[in-house]
Design a protein around this ligand. Structure first.
Ligand code: ATR
Length: 298
């Protein structure tokens, strides 16, 4: 659904919810949220709404005027939505990005970031014994997702985080913004040098995603017992994870990050935490792998 459709809707049942982005048509969020609305007996709807960057302000106003009470935010609006939010929660402020907005009865927007929660919860669910204290992580990539991941790991009191990014200046900028001694940038070319100390390796680049170049990463020097986490979910079992699994490392797949950030957003809007059944997880996996095409993380 495009913004123009929202503006012209005469009898849109309020309250309703949405994900906004560009592109957004292939987002899995409508399926996730509408399934949970049904299971939680909440009479509402959730739509994907394509909003161009130039239309963000008027689009958000139109949504609020039509009775939208909350929306998720995906690429490219996660940062540009901030000035439109009257309030920001601590995660959104610290990460500098918003992925969830609630709208109160006066039309005031509050911005949240549930991506860090999604990343950590997914790790805890797939690797129940993982302890963060005294652990060292290496994150590949310094894009939008990395900031939320760094925030989540720091909240869990991880000991140290290295950021290796092809463009080192982006990793350096991110480290400066975070301003924590525990986080340091390393040269992309030196990414293997720290592997013997790494307990958690995270791929937060787009490499390995369907339609993108592969991530060629040699795990030979990775610390024994380490965990390898790929936030890509299409394919679910990336080459990196398959390779890690074959070598006996713990692996964490990426779809749960999407699911748990959605669960937290649902809780913010509706005050209930929806259950995630094995059947639902399987259905979502099938959708993510084949029936819906998405490179979108929202
Ligand atoms: P997201 O919001 O998902 O983090 P993004 O902001 O587009 O996505 O970031 C993509 C990440 O993948 C970046 O860290 C990018 O590295 P650069 O900052 O150097 O662009 C990384 N990436 C993309 N293609 C890459 C490649 N061919 N080799 C190494 N890193 C790559």
């Amino acid at each position: 659904m495009a913004l123009a459709d929202i503006k012209s809707l005469q009898n849109f049942d309020a309250p309703f919810y949405a994900v906004i982005g560009h592109p957004v048509a292939h987002s899995l969020s409508p399926f996730i949220h509408e399934s949970w609305m049904t299971s939680c007996n909440i009479k509402s709807r959730y739509s994907a709404i394509d909003i161009l960057p130039a239309d963000l302000k008027s689009g958000v106003r139109a949504l609020a005027d039509k009775g939208c009470r909350g929306f998720n935010v995906t690429v490219p609006h996660k940062e540009t939505i901030i000035p439109l939010c009257g309030k920001l929660d601590e995660s959104a402020r610290k990460i500098g990005a918003v992925n969830t907005v609630s709208i109160d009865e006066n039309g005031t927007l509050t911005g949240f970031n549930t991506d860090a929660f999604g990343f950590i919860r997914n790790l805890q669910v797939q690797h129940k014994d993982f302890q963060f204290a005294d652990k060292t992580a290496l994150i590949l990539g310094a894009g939008g997702a990395t900031k939320a991941i760094v925030h989540g790991l720091l909240q869990q009191n991880i000991r140290a985080i290295y950021l290796a990014n092809r463009t080192k200046s982006k990793a350096e900028k991110l480290v400066a913004e975070v301003g924590e001694a525990a986080v340091s940038p390393i040269d992309w070319e030196r990414r293997y040098d720290v592997l013997a100390d790494i307990d958690l390796l995270v791929n937060a680049t787009t490499l390995g995603m369907e339609g993108q170049p592969p991530l060629c990463f040699d795990l030979g020097r990775l610390k024994k017992g380490a965990t390898v986490y790929d936030i890509i979910y299409k394919p679910l079992m990336t080459d990196l994870l398959q390779n890690a699994k074959d070598k006996g490392f713990h692996v964490v797949t990426g779809l749960g990050m999407l699911l748990y950030q959605a669960q937290k957003a649902f809780e913010i809007w509706h005050g209930v935490r929806p259950d995630i059944s094995d059947e639902f997880m399987l259905e979502l996996e099938n959708m993510a792998q084949g029936h819906k095409k998405t490179g979108d993380k929202a």
